[in-house]
Design a protein around this ligand. Structure first.
Ligand SMILES: Cc1ncc(COP(=O)(O)O)c(C=O)c1O
Length: 380
């Protein structure tokens, strides 16, 4: 039985042809494919501006820079996320305030945000909700609360491309200032490495385009041979090679969404409640997700099992698994800076979570093999 990793890039001949076409062309770095990707991306998510960049982390960093985050500012970040969501705040010199999440979804709720805000007091300037696995935070409720306080909102949508929230596509920024996406190889759509920030603020988009290219601006008056730098920027550019791959992948968004949803439905029907203390992550109710991850919640303590041993058993049966994520506040860097955070929901989610293989090229037979392997592991 072949090994099925928890995620696998779905690269087809049409993707390879699109990349080869760019390799044979004049532009390998930023050429026509990057603005083409930006235009296509903004069309599919229904937003004014999409700014392509080198990865999801730089997308979050560009959004944070555009917000003007600075030392002394505080940003509320869910404790259960990938390191990058918090790290970009520190990269701007601002401080992270970790917020708890729902123990059954891993998502920050309004009540978690309210509690953190009350305990934190002054200095909060922004909140960064994260759509873990593709399940969306309740952006309508979070945005109403944040806007009243004058906070900015950056969605970490790195897992959530193709989903919707309160009737708006994720990335439409109906309830946020920016949404940030990753096109990393494990995501539902990839450019190998890549990222996109969306916004409805054209001035902010322009600023992020400058910041991704060393802070350089050009003008018609100065002519093509001169450029100026007014603020410190970075090399966070995406290449045309990567953009061509992303464009080719995004053309089959609906097909991939449908296939992933079928697999998720099959897993849910077959695996929910197969043993006392095993269930799938509860879907959040305010949108239709395109799931990046299929995550089981397993009360390993109750079952008297160790997660590492279960992962090894499943691996021997050909099933790859992964854990998303260790609470970021428990990383030595953050513990040293902020002490031990009070986030019981994030710790309870982390202790139980395990992602199973989910990718569009998973066949019916392979889905059945995964289901069988999981059942054999938990039903004695
Ligand atoms: C929730 C979340 N945010 C941000 C990132 C960073 O994206 P990238 O790896 O493209 O830099 C990731 C990557 O896995 C992620 O899972």
């Amino acid at each position: 039985m072949s090994f099925k990793p928890y995620a696998r890039p779905d690269v087809r001949d049409s993707d390879i042809d699109a990349v080869v076409e760019v390799l044979k062309s004049q532009f390998l770095t930023t050429g026509p494919k990057v603005p083409e990707l930006e235009a296509f991306f903004s069309k599919i998510v229904g937003v004014q501006e999409a700014v392509a960049c080198s990865n999801g982390t730089t997308a979050l960093h560009l959004a944070s820079l555009a917000l003007g985050l600075k030392p002394g500012d505080k940003v509320i970040v869910p404790a259960l996320t990938f390191l990058a969501t918090a790290n970009v705040v520190r990269m701007c010199g601002a401080d992270v305030v970790f917020c708890d999440v729902d123990p059954d979804t891993g998502i920050m709720r309004l009540e978690d945000l309210q509690k953190t805000a009350e305990l934190t007091g002054q200095g909060v300037v922004a909140v960064y909700p994260v759509h873990i696995g593709g399940h969306c935070a309740d952006m309508k409720a979070i945005s109403a609360y944040a806007r009243k306080r004058g906070w900015k909102i950056v969605e970490d949508a790195c897992h959530a491309l193709g989903g919707s929230n309160h009737g708006h596509s994720v990335g439409a920024c109906a309830y946020s200032d920016f949404a940030c996406f990753s096109l990393h190889a494990v995501k539902s759509f990839t450019s190998c490495e890549g990222g996109v920030v969306t916004t409805n603020d054209p001035a902010m988009a322009e600023r992020m385009r400058r910041l991704r290219n060393h802070g350089i601006s050009r003008s018609e008056e100065a002519g093509p041979l001169r450029y100026e730098m007014h603020e410190l920027g970075f090399n966070y550019r995406l290449s045309d090679v990567h953009a061509a791959l992303a464009l080719s992948q995004l053309e089959r968004l609906d097909e991939v969404a449908k296939r992933r949803a079928e697999i998720v439905e099959c897993y849910r029907q077959e695996l929910n409640g197969i043993a006392d203390a095993v269930c799938s992550v509860k879907p959040t109710l305010h949108g239709v997700p395109l799931l990046h991850l299929f995550q089981l919640l397993i009360d390993f303590e109750k079952l008297g099992l160790a997660r590492d041993a279960v992962a090894q058993t499943l691996a021997k049966k050909g099933v790859g698994t992964q854990v998303h994520y260790q609470p970021v506040c428990d990383q030595p860097y953050y513990k040293k800076r902020y002490g031990v955070a009070d986030v019981p929901g994030a710790r309870r989610f982390y202790k139980r979570v395990l992602a199973l293989p989910l990718y569009a090229s998973l066949t019916e037979v392979e889905v059945k093999q995964v289901v069988q392997a999981v059942k054999e592991t938990f039903i004695y």
